[in-house]
Design a protein around this ligand. Structure first.
Ligand SMILES: Nc1nc2c(c(=O)[nH]1)N[C@H]1C(S)=C(S)[C@@H](COP(=O)(O)O)O[C@H]1N2
Ligand SMILES: [Mo]
Length: 199
């Protein structure tokens, strides 16, 4: 939803509701961070996928850059009710990163430099719906928005898109993250307005 591949025309935007219920449009790009912005140099940056056996799959920054890169346009929706349409990003699909990862896990918990965590079903990271992005609007992703790299999962509320992402733990059981433990919805579908537990 809201993803436009390069060269793909899709339906005209006027034919689909652009705004999930209870959201308003903003042209700005607000910054929402639960703590200070960590400084993460790309020469020490790494991204680690850990599976349920403890086995790890690691990429350095240079290795990330040698993987196939995708350009995407997405609408993003924050649970604080702002939505921003047509944001443009570049990064590596989780499909690419998970290609050689053999796992029996059903859940994923993303974790960040600085300690933030958020959980989602592993399937929501697949099928062209999630990326590790390093470029916003053709510029290196600014640190306040999660640079050098963040997770981007635009079909869920933006708190699932972990800034300064460091890795993803694949788990057999669902393990709530930072906001989910604080009462926010476990899944967070903006179109079903899943803001808080019980929505
Ligand atoms: N590491 C980390 N990632 C995070 C957050 C955070 O506090 N720390 N906030 C989340 C929330 S609540 C939102 S709405 C988006 C905000 O992204 P932005 O600051 O680029 O707008 O990042 C999400 N990812
Ligand atoms: Mo948020």
């Amino acid at each position: 939803m809201g993803i436009v591949s390069p060269g793909f025309q899709g339906r005209p935007r006027s034919a689909e509701p652009a705004l999930p219920p209870g959201q308003y449009l903003t042209e700005d790009f607000p910054v929402l961070s639960a703590g200070p912005t960590p400084k993460v140099p790309t020469d020490t940056w790494e991204f680690v996928v850990t599976i349920e056996t403890g086995a790890e799959f690691r990429w350095t920054w240079n290795e990330l850059m040698t993987l196939p890169q995708e350009t995407l346009t997405a609408d993003i929706h924050c649970v604080t009710r702002w939505s921003k349409l047509g944001t443009s990003w570049r990064g590596v699909s989780l499909d690419t990163l998970l290609e050689g990862v053999d796992t029996a896990a059903d859940y994923a918990q993303a974790h960040s430099y600085g300690g933030y965590t958020t959980n989602l079903p592993l399937d929501d990271l697949r099928d062209g719906r999630a990326w590790v992005v390093h470029t916003y609007d053709d510029e290196p992703l600014p640190a306040e928005h999660g640079g050098p790299a963040r997770l981007l999962v635009p079909h869920l509320y933006l708190w699932k898109s972990a800034k300064w992402v460091r890795g993803i733990r694949l788990t057999v059981d669902d393990e709530p993250g930072f906001w989910e433990t604080a009462g926010y919805h476990d899944y967070g579908d903006p179109w079903r307005e899943q803001r808080y537990q019980g929505d």
